[in-house]
Write a protein that binds this ligand. Structure first.
Ligand SMILES: Cc1cc2nc3c(=O)[nH]c(=O)nc-3n(C[C@H](O)[C@H](O)[C@H](O)COP(=O)(O)OP(=O)(O)OC[C@H]3O[C@@H](n4cnc5c(N)ncnc54)[C@H](O)[C@@H]3O)c2cc1C
Length: 354
């Protein structure tokens, strides 16, 4: 019989963890300071892959490849449970120069990704004969919709979600978390899981985690064009455009070490506008709809912590997925649930130790 769980933080990672544990028969209460899915999970782009996977280490790629493989069925299951649509689709990604063709083809070949060199003009208005790298299998989801899907699925699956409840203290005795205090009263459970995103290292007693999980601000612009002006994700020099089905296009994103400051800045707006217009000239001030920022749960080399928390018998962490927490959510939830159950894990768990 699985113990009952208290999960702190209802972003993509907390919701995915709650869903997986519930699927395995556990009773789960999810404590959320604000509204479910309204922080980094809402703010993100929803590209379901590291931007250029060949630039990342094995720990990032093993987890994201595992999670990518789970994503279509996992997402479909949550859509059925919630009755909502996350707009999951393989829209493909076009990488504009510069890129290392040899490295890209080598990595794609070894990981079973389709990739080809195609003229830029096949995808974008273009007056050059430039070639680009086409990765047709890269998928995306629409983050605010995915957050609604996961929240709805969790409620339908029997997860108790307590919103507007900030965790203010964790009481420990005999190496166990015995009580979690929140602004809406105290909770206790056989085991506690921290999925508080960028704030994981600010939880009382978990300050030591701040070296492994820290906030990295990302700013984004949203444009509105007619549907299908752009059909695929486009990436150039680390900046990207992500088209949604209704004609909205996201342009992102900045990487800023600004603590917990979620302000948006005029300089980011100017830089992202220039990058967006450089790829698709129709993107300009007149069609700019919104600017926002979110705090990613940053981590060294983008390697999350998915493990038991040293010093406690019943405390676990699933946090620090940095730029790829939406991509990694189903895989990370599965990995942690397997570790808790003492089952063999589908990928090696050592790289994600606390
Ligand atoms: C601009 C931008 C672009 C991105 N693009 C992508 C992308 O294309 N693909 C991708 O895979 N990822 C992307 N990401 C990263 C991704 O969004 C994150 O890695 C992911 O959302 C992290 O999920 P999380 O659940 O860990 O954190 P969050 O979504 O931040 O959730 C943490 C939750 O914990 C709650 N919480 C915090 N403290 C407490 C407390 N004391 N008590 C109770 N609750 C608390 C918060 O309110 C929050 O709801 C992007 C992020 C940004 C900002």
């Amino acid at each position: 019989m699985f113990p009952d769980f208290l999960i702190i933080g209802a972003g993509a990672v907390g919701l995915a963890t709650a869903l997986e544990l519930t699927r395995r028969g556990a009773r789960v209460t999810l404590i959320e300071r604000g509204r479910s899915g309204a922080e980094s999970t809402w703010a993100g782009g929803g590209i379901l892959s590291p931007l250029l996977p060949w630039q990342y280490g094995e720990a990032v790629n093993a987890l994201s490849e595992y999670s990518r493989a789970l994503f279509p069925d996992w997402c479909a299951r949550q859509q059925v449970l919630s009755g909502l649509d996350a707009e999951y689709r393989a829209s493909g990604m076009l990488v504009l120069p510069p890129f290392d063709q040899t490295q890209a083809f080598d990595w794609c070949g070894r990981h079973g990704w389709r990739c080809e060199i195609r003229p830029r003009a096949d995808f974008l208005p273009s007056d050059t004969e430039e070639d680009a790298l086409w990765l047709p299998d890269v998928a995306q989801t629409r983050n605010p919709r995915l957050a609604q899907v996961l929240r709805g699925a969790a409620l339908a699956a029997g997860v108790r979600i307590v919103e507007s409840a900030e965790v203010t203290a964790m009481q420990a005795s005999d190496g166990r978390i015995s009580r979690v205090d929140t602004t809406q009263g105290d909770f206790s459970a056989a085991a506690v899981i921290v999925t508080a995103g960028a704030w994981s290292g600010t939880l009382p007693g978990l300050e030591v985690l701040a070296k492994r999980v820290f906030p990295v601000r990302g700013q984004m612009l949203l444009f509105k064009l007619a549907p299908e002006v752009l059909r695929n994700i486009v990436l150039q020099n680390g900046a990207y455009l992500i088209p949604r089905l209704d004609g909205h296009i996201l342009a992102g994103s900045t990487l800023e070490w600004a603590g917990f400051d979620k302000s948006v800045t005029a300089s980011a707006r100017r830089d992202l506008l220039a990058l967006a217009a450089g790829i698709l000239p129709a993107l300009n001030e007149r069609v700019l709809a919104q600017q926002w920022s979110g705090l990613r749960p940053g981590s060294p080399d983008n390697v999350p912590v998915i493990a038991a928390c040293p010093g406690y018998a019943n405390l676990f962490i699933n946090s620090g997925h940095f730029r790829y927490g939406v991509t990694m959510a189903p895989g990370a939830a599965m990995l942690l649930a397997d570790l808790i159950e003492g089952r063999a894990t589908a990928i090696p768990a050592e790289p994600y130790q606390a």
